[in-house]
Design a protein around this ligand. Structure first.
Ligand SMILES: [Zn+2]
Length: 235
């Protein structure tokens, strides 16, 4: 199965190797250094970028360096990039400058964008639309339900995290979204209210989606896998 958003560079090597055997991992990066680490991984989908939380700390030249790294690599994806008004609202202007630069390149090179957008859901979707980005995934979606239709109409996706087992807003989004835009992710290795998020935790997401959709787990798996293959252009 696909894990469409995971910070592979943060796992101990052996643990990651175990996951690579069983999962198709879309590995996101946080900054210049982790983008370089992601590039060295084998057998994964590589996403390079600068996370909105890291934008503030980025050195002059880091943005340019990551953009050049993306151009020179054959990475099919940019991420984790985006906008965040919830946790780091003070750096919003600089976040937007970075996000726009990444989106421009995504458009030019026809790359997937792996997006982080807490409380900047509408801003992020609007930026994607304005930049005419073709393929995007908005991860751990807990945004407004009425934005889901716009996301679908633009051809974008949302991903559902194992936190859906306990997070109400996430459950509502998972239930309201058109099933054709729903993907799954772990965002591992991350700790959410005592849950350790790793690729195998996605099995809990599948279980919860089956309950929310009133469907069989096999059906959920098939739906999210078909969606992921469409996003990543894998047959
Ligand atoms: Zn993440």
């Amino acid at each position: 199965m696909f894990d469409n958003h995971v910070h592979c560079h943060e796992f101990p090597r052996e643990e990651l190797e175990g996951y690579v055997k069983e999962w198709t991992l879309a590995c996101v990066s946080d900054d210049l250094q982790s983008s370089r680490k992601t590039l060295e991984l084998e057998g994964v989908i590589k996403c390079l970028g600068i996370h909105p939380w890291q934008v503030e700390k980025a050195e002059p030249g880091d943005l340019e360096a990551v953009l050049r790294l993306i151009e020179r690599s054959e990475a099919p994806c940019i991420g984790e990039v985006g906008l965040d008004r919830r946790f780091v609202p003070h750096s919003f202007d600089k976040q937007r400058e970075y996000f726009r630069a990444f989106l421009k390149l995504a458009r030019e090179l026809d790359l997937v964008v792996n997006v982080h957008a807490p409380d900047a859901w509408t801003d992020a979707v609007e930026e994607l639309r304005r930049a005419d980005v073709d393929r995007a995934l908005i991860h751990w979606y807990t945004g407004p339900l009425d934005l889901l239709e716009t996301i679908r109409d633009l051809g974008y996706y949302i991903s559902i995290n194992p936190a859906v087992t306990i997070q109400k807003k996430h459950q509502e989004a998972a239930k309201a979204a058109d099933r054709r835009i729903v993907l799954v992710e772990s965002d591992g290795p991350y700790e959410y209210r005592g849950m350790r998020l790793t690729p195998p935790a996605i099995l809990k997401t599948v279980e919860k989606l089956a309950e929310l959709w009133d469907a069989a787990e096999d059906h959920v798996r098939e739906v999210v896998e078909t969606n992921a293959k469409r996003l990543w252009r894998r047959s």
